[in-house]
Structures are given as structure tokens and as C-alpha cells.
Design a protein around this ligand. Sequence first.
Ligand code: ATP
Ligand code: MG
Length: 394
Amino acid sequence: MNTDMIIVFFGELGTKGKNIMDFIRLLGKNIKIALKDFPTLSYDIKKDHIYILLNQEDYASVAEKLKKVPGIGSFALAKAVDKDLEAISVCANKMYQESGKVTFKVACRRADKTFELHSDDVARKVGAYILKNNDGHAKVNVHEPDLLIQVYIRLECAYVYAKKDRGLGGYPLGIAGKSLCLLSGGIDSPVAAFEMMKRGVKLECIHFAAPPYTSSAVIDKIHDLLHVLNDYQPDIKLYIVPFTQLERKIYEVAGPSYCVTIMRRMMLRISESIAYSHNDLVLSGGESIGQVASQTLYSMRVIEECATLPFIRPLATADKIDIIEKAKQIGTYDISIRPYEDCCTIFTLKDPVTHPNIDKVREIEEAFDWKSMVRDCVKNVEVEHISKLEEEEF
Ligand code: ATP
Ligand code: MG
């Protein structure tokens, strides 16, 4: 036996006690969906790890996909060999030689406690084999080895691996329920969406469009952003709200300084209504404290006053420079910086208020029939699926 496989390690999943099998099964299902372009892979979903038999598929291509699956702590290319000290030693030595490294350490774990040797003995004997078979070139360094060779002994075979790739961490998508994420065409909200997904939250997205002030290029942008996010969540439901009439009315009644405050409140009301009817537990978005007038704590408090659902802002404390870095990493940045008009920026707003007054807000809202306009927005919302799955796989 000498089989190439990938061992998937769970990371934070390990702390989930009784529900752990639900987590692992869901992660297994998500991994299979992410790797659906590799039909020859086969899977063994176990309580300790998920094992993927490569069956001649290219490790690097599979690894690229695995790096985007929430809930994977790390993963390693491993050899499955017979549970026999000689076979393990030969395999470990080959891995050492192929690495080109000098110093090494061997570590061993046993799930099979009936194995003839204790973990420490296995590590020592495999290490001795490597020292003996490399003409004095190999050196042990137990504290900072160039190469850590790991041996894992299970009932059916032994696994040997030397390099772990980092996964996304977080939790399997879908384990933490569903959130409705407010997605603009900017840099921040796609990053916020990613952060939610990484934490296991399945997202639906809502976008407020104000044609003809906002062009169809904005919707193309939203589609392109969601296609990138499909790597993390393969199917995303998108609600597009026709916001033009309400927005025009808000500008008329609120004037430039309170326009954004009122507009945000209306966005929240519409989002909430959709969230309640589609079982989204919370709202989320890309706001960051102090970034613009509507994102001061004073504004956030007045804006959220009209809502009942929690609003999660994963980027609340993040600096823009770090958000940009993250956007580049996840692949949304280049799309986000394409020029676009957001429905919030089309009217030139002079001095948007940073300390809005709630009484003034109520006064403005009492001056027009926003309830029926909000209802119309909800009624006329367009729904799309942005997906890499076939329809029957939703
Ligand atoms: P982003 O870069 O994501 O656009 P921003 O820094 O431009 O954020 P704002 O335009 O003030 O900030 O928007 C703050 C948040 O409000 C966005 O991150 C998003 O969650 C939501 N938002 C803004 N405009 C829209 C829109 N047209 N449709 C849906 N959500 C929006
Ligand atoms: Mg924006």
C-alpha cells in the first residue's frame, strides 16, 4: 500500500463536543461540492479527520479549492502505508529526501492503541532510520526542525505527511444559520460577506438599485462579486430592490444633511422585512466605525433604532488598509474598484450629518407615507440565484 491522500484537519471544529458529527458531516458535504470538478476523488468522512483519496488527481489543483472551504483548519498531502515500521520508515525517509531539507523531527500519534510500539518509540525508530540512510547529511532538531514529519497510526493503515497547508478556519458553511447581507458595489461589503461565510453563516444578499441613477454596470458588478464569493458559498440568493422612487422622495423630504440617515433606515426596514420572510436570522454589512458620516456610532444608533433584528458588522473595527488587503486576498478588490455609482452617492450630499438627532429623524419620516413605499420595494424585489451549482443542487 502506498496511496496519495489528503487529510483534512478541523481546526475550531474540535471544540464542538456532542454536535461534532453534524459539523463533520456538513463539512464533508461542503468539501464534496467544492471539489465537484474532480469526480475521481473519493472520501472517507471520519470523526477524527476527513480523508480524501486523490486517485491520481493533482494535489495543487485540489488544494486551491480546499483553501476556500470554511471550517477547514488545515490539510496535508499524506501517504497511506501499511502499519509496519519498515514501510513507515521508508516512506518518511523518501519524504525527507524529496524535501531537500537538512534538519528534521519525527512526531507520531496513534489512534490504534494496540499497535506494537508506543508513539515515542515509532518517532525514535523512524528518526534513526532517516539518520542512518542519508550519509551523515540529516540532522535532528526537535525545537525548530526544517521539516516536521508526522506519522499517524490508525486501525486500517498508517499515514505519513510532512507539510500542512492552512485552511480558512472558521466553521462549515450553513452551521451557523442564515444572514441577509447588504451588498453594495464597494470594497467593504464583499469582505464583510466573506467574513460571515467563514464563520459558517450562509448568506443571502440584498442590493439597493436606483436606475436610471445607477447603471446596469452596477448590477454586473454585483454579479461578478458574487461569482467570486461563490468559491466560498457555491450558491447565493440575491435580492435586488428597486429603490429609485423611495430614494427620490427621501431626498425631497430629508434634504442633503439627513438624506443618508433616512435612506439607511429605509434600507434597514426593507432588509428586515425580507429577512423575516426568508428566515434570515440577522442582517450584516460592511460598515466600519467612523469611515463615513453614516458610520459614526451616533449615526449607527439612530439608524438602527428603527430595526429589531441584530445587525452584524464584521468590519466594525477594521482599518481600511486591512480591508483592502483582505479584498485582494479573496479576489474581490479588482471588481470593487471598477467605477460605479452607488444609490447612496448619486445625489451630491453636502455635509451629511454625523450626529443625527432622533427627533428630527422622526419628524422627517412623519412627513411622508414611507410605509407604503417600503411595502412596494419589498413587493417588487427581484430574486436571482448566483451559483456554480446546477439547479437541482441548490
Ligand atoms: P462599501 O465599500 O461596501 O460600498 P462603503 O465604505 O462605500 O462600503 P457605504 O456606502 O456607506 O460604505 O455603505 C456602508 C454599507 O451599507 C455597505 O458596506 C453595505 O453593507 C451597505 N450598502 C451601501 N449601499 C448599498 C446598496 N446600494 N445596496 C446594499 N447595501 C448597501
Ligand atoms: Mg458603498
